[in-house]
Design a protein around this ligand. Structure first.
Ligand code: ADP
Ligand code: GN1
Ligand code: MG
Length: 357
């Protein structure tokens, strides 16, 4: 543990004296550390990404409101993320330009990078569906948009074009195929945003980042324990949560797999998640249910566009661990979109069968 980490930790109301602080997790946005004290007790220390989040006080206020609400609704309050306040009572510390926070560590849990079996994915669907159902009565107007236009796919196209026009790293010439892929689907990919604006789809409180590794499962039983990574909990569409989970967890290979022959959208996984989500997210309208496949396709395409935009822009937003990492990631997303297009009728059929409509 560095002296800086030690000093930082001493500014939070933690039990005991910190004895170790090690990097953990595989998120692309925040810097996450597991802290051990001599109490003994464990904590999560996180540096909140200033690149991604421009209003950290607003974001932390969102998380406090939502976790308080969920704790009141939960049979097991220990399984709701708990912020450990700083010694001055605030929910975070600002140190220069950096923002830091501490959570209680959830013991006896695992975050999976891929489902071990379809049932794991079903359980994660129950967890995310239940999360949304529990937040149904939450006063949405009290939440700030922690990233404005986060899943506004129309706006994601606008930003993509802007970066493409500047081409600040001179990379556009090498990715003509990917650029054409994005531009050829623009009209369809704006559908959900237009339906949200027209009120045809209801705005709800959603998680907006429903990767499988953002739900902690209980070690041994693999039952859901806790939904984590609450930075993007804000007004959104149910279809964002459904779609983003499919994009990640129904893929047959890692998000950054280079061998695209390995990358497919598994219909079996799609069915499992659909079944779980429909069982737990009891508030979905008929229209939302019909549009689940479009939710999956839109979120996958949007994520691919975000990776490609970041690649063109010089990799500022997503943490990368090798050259071309964001390009590799965007290619898997586009392969998934292609595969969904090939399996479109089967996806529709699965939704019909599982919803009994
Ligand atoms: P990012 O926004 O970078 O994805 P996350 O908040 O998802 O950051 O945290 C990254 C990883 O840290 C998670 O996938 C999980 O493995 C671990 N983690 C985060 N919070 C906790 C917690 N309270 N208890 C145990 N592990 C946690
Ligand atoms: C980021 O924070 P993490 O790694 O769970 C990103 C998501 C992307 C995802 C792609 C705040 O999620 O939107 O879908 O990477 N989170 C943010 O893996 O941008
Ligand atoms: Mg995460």
């Amino acid at each position: 543990m560095t002296a800086k980490q030690y000093e930082l930790l001493r500014q939070f109301s933690i039990k005991g004296t910190p004895v170790s602080c090690e990097r953990c997790g595989s998120g692309h946005i925040n810097e996450t550390y597991c802290v051990r004290t001599d109490a003994p007790h464990r904590y999560i220390l996180q540096k909140i990404s200033a690149e991604a989040f421009k209003d950290v006080p607003g974001l932390m206020n969102n998380i406090c409101l939502v976790t308080d609400y969920l704790r009141r609704k939960s049979d097991c309050p220990d399984h709701v993320m708990n912020i450990v306040p700083a010694c001055d009572g605030e929910s975070f510390r600002q140190v220069g330009e950096e923002y830091w926070r501490v959570y209680d560590y959830i013991e006896g849990a695992v975050a999976l990078e891929a489902p071990r079996c379809p049932h794991d994915f079903y359980e994660s669907a129950i967890a995310f569906g239940d999360f949304q159902t529990k937040l149904e009565g939450f006063p949405v107007e009290r939440l700030v948009e922690t990233i404005p236009n986060f899943h506004n796919t129309v706006d994601r196209y606008r930003i993509f074009r802007e970066v493409l026009a500047k081409d600040p790293c001179g990379r556009a010439g090498d990715v003509r195929e990917e650029i054409a892929f994005v531009l050829s689907r623009e009209e369809e990919m704006g559908t959900l945003q237009r339906m949200r604006e027209s009120g045809e789809l209801p705005t709800r409180v959603t998680h907006n980042d429903t990767k499988l590794n953002n739900v902690l499962l209980e070690e041994g039983t693999y039952k859901p324990l806790c939904i984590i990574d609450l930075d993007t909990v804000m007004p959104g569409l149910s279809l964002y949560d459904f779609g983003d989970a499919i994009r990640f967890g129904a893929a047959t290979a890692a998000e950054d797999e280079r061998d695209l022959d390995k990358v497919e959208m598994s219909l079996e996984m799609f069915r499992e998640f659909t079944r779980g989500f429909l069982a737990a997210c009891t508030t979905l309208t008929r229209r939302e249910v019909e549009l689940l496949p479009l939710g999956a396709k839109t979120m996958t395409m949007e994520c691919g566009i975000r990776f490609l935009t970041d690649y063109l822009d010089g990799d500022h937003y997503f943490a990368i661990h090798r050259e071309g990492h964001n390009l590799d990631r965007c290619r898997t997303q586009f392969k998934l979109v292609r595969d969904m297009e090939a399996k479109w009728e089967e996806m529709q059929k699965i939704v019909k069968e599982e919803s009994g409509r």
